[in-house]
Design a protein around this ligand. Structure first.
Ligand SMILES: O=C(O)CCC(=O)C(=O)O
Length: 207
């Protein structure tokens, strides 16, 4: 069952952008923000940029079913087991998005210096046309989308505490998204992106 009265924000139509926002999806967002901040074993990953190791500008944690490893930016994440809180949130988002999720990336943006650069969630383990459900908690976040071939104007959305954004269809194949740095003073923000890792235990020959 989806949460309390939602209203769906229609986005300006853009080619191949299948995105829907459910404002105020989580009525109990305050409790989850507080709980996640203290319960999550936050880590700060590193990436290699021009041959140099650099910390990524955010904290994160990866949870999922056994076998749901996830590789991005040259890093391999092994899943932590679901907590009760994250399993409940997963089920609520799965109902709302009308699909199943077996994993979630939890991101924490501590200040305006924390960010995630332009990218698509298009890793092979997410399959083609992945459905991604993204829950926003904490301070309002400016989420930007742009078409990979730049044939359309970028789209910006302000995502608020408790909002649910669902991306589906060709969105990951043809669009990128990011959360840019901001010089404005901004409170802590937490984001959960629920995903489906295709076939976590593939067998040779696909059998
Ligand atoms: O925090 C966000 O909304 C973006 C997160 C994101 O792009 C990701 O986890 O891939």
């Amino acid at each position: 069952m989806a949460d309390r009265a939602l209203f769906h924000t229609p986005l300006p139509p853009a080619p191949d952008l299948e995105v829907e926002v459910s404002r105020g999806f989580l009525a109990d967002a305050d409790e989850h923000m507080t709980g996640l901040l203290v319960e999550t074993p936050w880590t700060q990953g590193e990436i290699t940029v021009f041959g140099q190791r650099r910390p990524i500008p955010r904290l994160e944690a990866w949870y999922g079913d056994p076998g749901c490893t996830y590789t991005y930016s040259g890093r391999l994440l092994e899943p932590l087991p679901w907590t009760q809180r994250l399993a409940d949130l997963r089920n609520r988002c799965a109902d709302a998005a009308d699909t199943a999720f077996d994993s979630v990336l939890v991101n924490r943006y501590r200040t305006g210096d924390d960010a995630v650069g332009w990218h698509s969630d298009d890793e092979p383990e997410l399959g083609q046309r992945p459905v991604i459900a993204s829950l926003s908690l904490g301070a309002t976040r400016r989420f930007r989308l742009r078409r990979r071939d730049r044939s359309h104007d970028p789209v910006a959305l302000d995502l608020e505490h408790g909002d649910l954004l669902v991306m589906r269809g060709p969105t990951q194949a043809l669009w990128e998204h990011c959360l840019t740095r901001t010089a404005r003073p901004v409170g802590e923000r937490v984001n959960l992106t629920f995903r489906w890792i295709v076939d976590p235990f593939p067998t040779e020959g696909g059998g």
